[in-house]
Design a protein around this ligand. Structure first.
Ligand code: NAP
Length: 278
């Protein structure tokens, strides 16, 4: 039986076991996907369990993503500029089993928009990203690839937005304060919230969406609740919206395929399974 894991500290909140459990059942695979609470000082030893063959790999969540990036044997060239990995895969070679790491948030973010708002990036001009934390890194990198105009990164702590764009080193990025939203909104075709605002119904003070063009798309990566106050306001204004649950589902696809051999689908049935837990 192939065994995979998700590790974090804490780990009880993770919905990944439900996602992978649904796919294992759907595809009739003899495998397991188990959550483990692993403290930072236990991480290195835990990863040894991939090298010993006990696990085919697993997911890594807060607070281990940066340490996992440092500890793997092979770094995915497409996502190593993010400096944080969430997916680890055991790779068998002449010298035994080694660990390959990658970050699937970038893929998950784009795949969600492609599925829920087809054509979103056609002629997409400027984008606004709210937030400059860990998740913003993958999203800004993804948008820098797909958006033809500028990606404006707005953060409460502007220095953090400046550091993020300096790290990514792409020409079409700019750092701003959250207060600049109103001035940037009229030319934005996409707004992405990557901050923790929206969790448990919290909202941005003094930020309104009414200056956005009518064809703008608003998406939130917070998915508890699925309709955040930001998405609710966008819907009231008649703007297209995409919730954050799909990103969580799509980012799981590459790992499942690498561990268990089937490329799984993000279906309405899977969404319903996870939605029922939110
Ligand atoms: P993080 O690294 O801690 O970053 C938090 C961000 O939120 C920072 O930009 C921070 O600004 C901002 N922020 C926090 N409190 C704020 C406030 N009161 N006012 C304005 N800005 C505030 O967190 P993260 O790992 O990027 O995660 C962010 C959110 O994304 C979480 O809710 C997480 O659950 C969600 N997420 C979803 C997915 C998905 O698959 N859908 C994937 C990853 C993360 P400062 O820099 O100024 O502190």
């Amino acid at each position: 039986m192939k065994r995979a894991f998700v590790i974090g500290h804490p780990i009880g909140h993770s919905r990944s076991p439900l996602i992978h459990g649904h796919w294992l059942k759907t595809y009739g695979i003899d495998g397991s996907y188990t959550p483990f609470d692993v403290r930072p000082d236990e991480l290195r030893d835990f990863l040894g369990r991939i090298r010993s063959g006990e696990f085919v790999g697993g997911n890594v969540t807060v607070p281990h993503k940066e340490d996992a990036f440092r500890l793997v044997d092979h770094r995915d060239p497409e996502t190593s500029h993010l400096g944080a990995f969430n997916t680890l895969v055991g790779r068998t070679g002449a010298n035994g089993i080694t660990i390959a790491g990658s970050n699937t948030d970038l893929y998950g973010f784009l795949a969600n928009l492609d599925q829920r708002a087809p054509g979103w990036s056609e002629g997409a001009e400027n984008a606004i990203v709210l937030g400059a934390g860990g998740a913003a890194r993958a999203i800004v990198a993804a948008l820098a690839q797909r958006v033809s105009g500028n990606v404006h990164v707005l953060n409460r702590t502007v220095a953090r937005a400046e550091a993020l764009i300096a790290d990514l080193g792409t020409a079409n990025l700019a750092a701003h304060a959250l207060e600049d939203f109103a001035a940037l909104a009229p030319t934005a075709r996409l707004v992405v919230n990557t901050t923790t605002i929206g969790m448990h119904g919290t909202r941005f003070e003094g930020l309104t969406l009414d200056a956005l063009p009518k064809n703008a798309l608003v998406t939130d990566i917070v998915y508890v609740p699925m309709q955040t106050p930001l998405l609710a306001e966008a819907a009231t204004l008649g703007l297209r919206t995409v919730d954050g649950l799909g990103m969580l589902l799509h980012q799981a696809v590459p790992g499942f395929e690498a561990w268990f051999g089937n490329r799984p689908e993000v279906t309405p049935e899977l969404r319903a399974v996870i939605e029922a837990t939110l």
